[in-house]
Structures are given as C-alpha cells and as structure tokens.
Ligand binder design. Sequence first.
Ligand code: ZN
Length: 708
Amino acid sequence: MKLDRSRVLALLVLTASCAFAMSAGQVASQSVFGFSDFSEQAKIEEKFLAVPDATLAGQHLKILTAEPHMAATPEDRKTAEYVAQKFRTAGLDTEIIPYRVLLNQPKTVRVEAFDPNGILLMRGPTPEHVENDSGQDNPRVVMPFNGSSGSGDVTGEVVYANYGRLEDFNQLAAQHIDLQGKVVLIRYGSNFRGVKVYLAEQRGAVGVLLYSDPQDDGYFKGDAYPNGPWRPETAVQRGSVQFLFKYSGDPETPGVPSTMDLPDSARIRDHVGLNGNQPSIISIPISYHDAAPILRALKGPAVPQGWQGALPFSYHQGPGGVRVHLVSDQDYQRRIIWDVVGTAKGSAYPDELVIAGNHRDAWVYGAVDPSSGTAAMLETVHGVGALLKQGWRPKRTIVFCSWDAEEEGLIGSTEWVEQHSSELTKTVAYFNVDVAVAGPDFGASAVPSLKEFVREVTRAVPSPLGGTVYQQWRLRQPANSKPVSQVPGEDVRMGDMGSGSDFTPFLQHAGVPATDVSSGGPYGVYHSTFDDYQWFTANADPHFVYLQEMARVLGLEALRMADADVLPLDYAAYAHEISGYITEAKRRAIDAGMSSLDFAQAEAAAARFSSAAKRIRAREVSVSGDLVKLNEALRNTEAAFLWPNGLPNRPWYRHTIFAPGETTGYSAVDIPGVNEAIDAHNSELAAAQLTVLATVLDRAAQTLNVAD
Ligand SMILES: [Zn+2]
C-alpha cells in the first residue's frame, strides 16, 4: 500500500539508451563493502544479472493481474499457488502458510447528500468507469470501501478538513468549528488515511468521507486515464484506515501470531476504538465525482489558504448547506490468508537469514501495487534459481516471502514476524518491494546502516536509460526534495523508514535492518480499479524493463548480503544520523519552550556509540580480525535499539530510532519517544525518553564493542 508522494515526479526529458555501460570486469576491480576480494562474487552477480527477463516479468504481471485478488479471496489463493509454483521451479524449499485473521469485506456502502430543504444533491457511490478499460466491468471488482471501517448508519452536517492533518484539525478548533456528531470530508494525501480517521474520531465525528481531489492526483497534474496516468473522475482510492501507528497486523492479536490453531480465547476484544487499532466510526472513500456536489453545496467560512483543491468552485469549511447520510455495512469475519515462503539454505551460516519480500494481495487488480513487486521478485527468484541449478549455494540462507493481506494492515508479514521472532534474532536484513514500478525514477528508503549498501548495489545494475541505476537515480532526483545530509559519500537522497509496507514488523517490532526500493513515476490510479495491466502497459513500463531492473536490484541486495565476508552494515553512518536527530530534537525543545530539558546524557551516549561504530567500521573496511565475532556484533546492533516496553502508548512499536509518526503514519518520525513527547509539551515524558535513548545507545555501543 506504500505510496510516497515525493516519488511521484514529473518526468524529466532524458535521452533513452539501452546501453549496458558496465562490464563485470569493471565491477570486479572495484572494492566492495563487505568483501575482502570481490572477484568471485562478481562472477556470481554477473551470472545472476543475466537471468531476470523483461518479457517473463511482463508475463508474470499479466497472470497476477488477470483477476481482482483481494486478500482471503479464491483469486488471492490462486496467485499464492502461482507464486509457490515459481518458487519451487527455482529450487526453493516452499511453503504456503495460512493465518486466520480478522478482515472486513463490504456488504453495503452508500452515501447520499441533501440540501437544507431535503433535496437530493447526490447519491453514490458512482461506479468507477472510464471509456475503454478492459478490467472495470468484472463483477469481482470490490466496491470501494475502507479496510477496518466501522459499520453503521449515520446522518450529519459536513465539515471539510483539508488533508486531515493535525494542523488542519487544530485550525478548525481555532475557528471553534465543532466536529461532535459531524461527518468530516477529508482529501487524500499528505498523511496515512488511518491518521485522518483517528483524529476525526478523537474529536467526536460520527463518520469520515475520504476523497481524491484532482489537485493531488487528477487532472490538475496532467491527463487522466485512459488518456494519461492520472486519476479519472470516478476512480476511488480504497485503503485501510487501521490505526497502523498503534500496531500493525491482525487487530485481534497484537504481538501474537494468528496461526490456524490459535484459540479465539487468545484473541483480544478491545481492538476497536481509540485504544485499539481499528476505528469505531464509519469511513467511506469516494471519487471527486461524488465529492464535488457535497463540497459545492457546503457553506460556512471560506477555506484557509492551502485548503482549496482543484474543483472549479470556492471551497467552504462548513458546517451548513448540506447534510449527508452514510451507510456502511461491513462483514467482519476471521478469514484465511496465505503467505508464500521460499527458502534457499545457506552453506556456511544456515541459521542466518537474509529475507526479501513483497505483498501479493491487491485491492483490485493491483498492477503497480503490488503486482509489479511480485513480478519483479519472481524474476529475482528466477535468477537465484539459475545459480542454484549450477550448484551454487548462498553462504547465508535467503528467504523470499510473498505476503498476504498487506493492504488491510501489513497482516501477513506481521503475523509471520510474530511467529518467527526467535529465528529473527539471527536475521541479517529485510529487503522490501511493494509499489515496485510506476515509472522510471528509482527511489529507496533504508535504515542509515544500509544506505551505502543500497548505493553500491545500484552501481552494479544497468538502467534501461543507460548507465547504471545509480547514475540515473542521481541525475533524475527532484530538485525540490530535501537537501542531502552531510554524511560523506551520500550523494543521492534516501528516505527514512516510516511505515505503510511490510518492512514495519521487521524493523520496528523485531529490530531487523531494512530497505525499501521502487521505481516511481506519475501514478494517479493508486488503489482504484484502474491500477490494471492496461494502465501499466500504457503508462508505467510498456516493455517491462523496469520490472527487470527491480528484479536485479532486489536480487543483488539479497546475494550480496547473503555472501558478504563482513556484513555491510555501516553503523558509523547510523551514529552520524542519530547525533543529527538529537541536535534537531534539542532545537525543537528550545522552540517549544522546553530549554531546561537535559540532552547531555543522550548526547554522551551517542558519542560513545559513534566512536564504537567508527572503530568497527575501520575493521569492516579492512575485513580484519575475528570475523565471526565481528558479524555477530553487527547482526545484533539494530536490535539493540529496541526498547522492550515499546514507545509510550504503543508498546508494539519497540524501535527507539524510527517509528511511523502518530500523526503522519507513512512518514518516519526519528527518535519518536523523545520527539513526540516534545510535540506534546510533556517535559517529564521527554526526559524519561531521553534516558531510554541513552540506554539503548549505550547498549548498541556495547554490542559493537564485543567484537573488539
Ligand atoms: Zn502495496
């Protein structure tokens, strides 16, 4: 479900060329982080890179997107079998693993709007429809709805709340616009939709209407599908409104795997409401076709600056002028989902795992989200299979995972992580893809220790535009993205790990270093019927060469991490970033009038962690000393950042350096315990969280020092 708007870029004009600008000899002559002598590995990588095939990736995509395949449906099961068959053909030891988890499917979703005289202004939802789309008439296309929505029948006055960010709700409060008993109309964008609903429920709203304003992904951006890539008038963004920032996964089993034999008595009952991870109010997603009559009729004050969207009239905040009647009948059942897991056993360190994964379930066809990821991963597996057939074995075990029910709340991955927590202490890294290909612009997020690793991998993969993925990445970075930090060598921008995809349980619950890679572009059909094969081949990747590119990137990540002499985890870079986060938090504390807050202890611990990391970094580069002890220390360091009791008010999230923001959801908050306490002007909590931070940084330093 991951969608980071900063990656939806305008296309730059570049001369396309398919030249493979680099030979294996050039790679072999480079020194590569983690290897004392790269020449053997270079040969393996050269063999691997030759296998992922664009045409085959296109075939996988066509088969995976032949039918809508929402989690827990028969069509989803069929895609699980397809993936499992490809895993087995490649020689992976393959299992389809079922879990029984709480999911809603919609029975009735209805929206009606009336003027003060009771005259009907609109009745919806209007079916998603454009001229000449081959997928839209399939009866298995699920009606637009929100995963985790409440059921009910409510009528209320409407208030418009822009993007539904905390500052938008604060603005309404400052104007004394009361949300008690109201229906809040909110546009998609800027934060995770579950945050919008959470903030609305907190303020007493009885329902939420989420709509896609054409300013954000419709005609304001460019031509709409089928003439271009942007969102057409009737297209709706489905999606989960789970309170993901509380915990991910099955709402009834935080911290516990929802295995088939888990008794109902082991499932919690207070998962609904502001203390659980599901809203109790109704939330319904609509198109701008259906939102326009409501917005047009809305009275009240004119909207503040920045709240006006691209519909052709002036927006008002409400209330007044229009009442809406919402009906949502959600069928909640414990349903069976299927993860597919395929393993290539390591020859030297079989207990150590390198995991690559993406989700397989889609709201409808999901050509970009997530089938482009699955198609790419299947070609990665094809390449690994070719190596296995030649007798090669990875040094560490490589595990490929095809997760289910990610769209409903990262459920398949979370339950698997919760089930395998003991083996995961020996997991070296988790490499995610999700929205793998929407266009030609490479992008990545990573924990700081893996940023150099991602850069190195992309230097070894050819770009369909000519040169390497790395060179094109550097060339095509948006000029307006945030400035490059001062880390030496960091010349391409990489995001931090927030949430919105399956890396969350690995990193933020289990303490496994993670990356997420994608190839972005103009993409306006996210979570609508029109994210289908026809849209993909017209707009994203007609010749499937970016699927091939992503297969190669994901594959090299897995191969290099599995075979490295020294795990290529750069904790000196991590320490540098953490010190920056502390400096920034200190500045924010002063701005918030909390200048008495004492950062000295955390700063000193960060300095100790930094000097330990620099010593280790020198040994990693020279590949010297006791490598077994060195690798063990490196492997355990990310988990040292976990605090067993978790973050304040959300114990499932245990990572003290990165968490999804409580009011942003997708994007990361760094040192979340400290920063969120500062935001809440809670000095006592901020001080306690600074102590927690100092403790984990010292623990991380000690973990590295064990290798000395
Ligand atoms: Zn997705």
